[in-house]
Design a binder for this molecule. Structure first.
Ligand code: HSE
Length: 415
């Protein structure tokens, strides 16, 4: 039987307003918004002041409200709201990836203890239904990798750069369009992608990883020479969030990637996101859709609200298996490392060097590095270095050592 949902909504920004409108336009749902809590009393809004309140208790103490939809920016305030709502036996839908990635297990336990649902489809890749698919569709297939573009703002900036739009102008436009976080550093330095990756890892592989243990590097340090290198090779630069499973080990990271023309992500532009899932039986699949913006994100919230009418809950079956995967960093990546300062290139140990280019203005080298060496550096704050992951660039230790041995023999033979 369909449950009647009475919603208390926190936040009426880009996504909150979108939700209000999509709920009004969808006559399939038995759900109504009873109260909306906002901060700013003076802001002009699309509906009258009688809909709004300013105290969280107006929702949290209202027994008729059985669903809290949390769409505010401040993740600390959101945490307090979500904790209290779950403790009071209300279902919660949230789009707050930072909050969820940082407190996932605590909030899941709270939801379980109170026998309510905590859903967050909108928190990863906007309109793309990836969480529920990882939960349900891939439940019996063994996943080997989940990766892709999960941040609309950076993809928008990188796309606009192809048309000659400056970084600052593209970022401003992304803010105006409602794509960027209140603090856009979260987008451009890869934190937002990392929070989303943490949730993908949980639902794909059943592993809880703390965000501070996941490496993230964004797009702020890209120089015109790097863009030139990419275009000469027919690559596009995309910010990729990537999780790979090798045996019982899971690795995850966020970094700029050079994407080849024949890759499915090459033409994923602007605020579109793409998630590529690889599994034993279904092989490779691509999920494509808008990853940011009012209606696309609201559509995912709407889908959670709709699922709640049937008491849907994530089951986290993969978290309950006997053999737990472990988080690891002992794998190898092929990267492009560039700097104006040739000495700076030596700061990162290369285990196999492919190519080296020197000039008076700019220098780069390509080759294989150990990920655990890279992850020691705070690249977001190292102005003089830029790195990007090259295509076909991932090997575990065994594969890498075999590759290295074979290639060293080759090099010796040529010499
Ligand atoms: N700032 C996020 C993005 C919003 O640009 O993808 C959607 O999560």
């Amino acid at each position: 039987m369909r449950k009647q949902l009475t919603i208390g909504l926190f936040g009426f920004g880009c996504v909150g307003t979108g939700l209000y409108e999509v709920l009004n336009q969808s006559n399939l749902l038995d759900a109504k918004i009873k109260r909306i809590i906002v901060k700013d009393r003076t802001k002009k809004r699309i509906i009258g002041a009688e809909h709004f309140g300013y105290e969280a208790s107006e929702i949290l103490n209202d027994e008729e409200i059985n669903l809290v939809v949390e769409l505010i920016n401040d993740s600390n305030e959101a945490l307090a709201i979500v904790r209290e709502a779950l403790s009071k036996g209300k279902h919660v839908v949230s789009a707050n990836k930072k909050l969820i990635a940082e407190h996932l297990d605590e909030l899941l336990n709270l939801a379980k203890e109170n026998n309510v649902s905590f859903l967050y489809e909108a928190s990863v890749a906007g309109s793309i239904p990836i969480i529920r698919n990882l939960e349900e569709y891939y439940n019996n297939d063994s996943l080997s990798s989940v990766q892709g573009i999960v941040n609309g703002t950076t993809n928008y900036i990188l796309t606009q750069a192809n048309y000659g739009v400056s970084y600052a102008d593209a970022l401003q436009k992304a803010q105006e369009l409602g794509f960027a976080e209140a603090d856009p550093t979260l987008d451009v330095d890869g934190f937002d992608s990392k929070f989303k990756l943490v949730l993908l890892i949980k639902h794909a592989f059943g592993l809880t990883v703390q965000p501070e243990n996941v490496f993230n590097y964004g797009i702020r340090q890209i120089k015109p020479q790097d863009v030139k290198y990419a275009s000469e090779k027919d690559y596009r630069i995309k910010l990729f969030a990537r999780a790979e499973k090798i045996g019982n080990k899971i690795v995850g990271f966020v970094a700029p990637h050079f994407i080849k023309k024949d890759h499915v992500a090459y033409q994923v532009d602007n605020e579109f996101n793409a998630v590529i899932v690889e599994a034993s039986f279904s092989d490779r699949q691509l999920f494509l859709g808008k990853g940011a913006g009012s209606f696309p994100t609201a559509s995912a919230v709407l889908s959670d609200v709709s699922a709640l009418q049937y008491d849907y809950q994530y089951e986290y079956k993969k978290s309950n298996t006997e053999t737990k995967p472990v988080y690891a960093e002992d794998f190898y990546l092929k990267i492009y490392l560039a700097s104006k300062d040739i000495q700076a290139l030596n700061e990162i140990p290369f285990y196999f060097l492919d190519e080296k280019f020197q000039s008076s203005g700019y220098n780069y080298q390509t080759g294989w590095v150990k990920f655990s060496d890279l992850s020691k550096f705070d690249f977001n704050n190292i102005e003089k270095l830029f790195f990007a992951v090259l295509p076909e660039s991932f090997k575990d230790e065994e594969e890498f050592l075999k590759f290295k041995a074979e290639n060293e023999v080759l090099v010796n033979e040529i010499a």
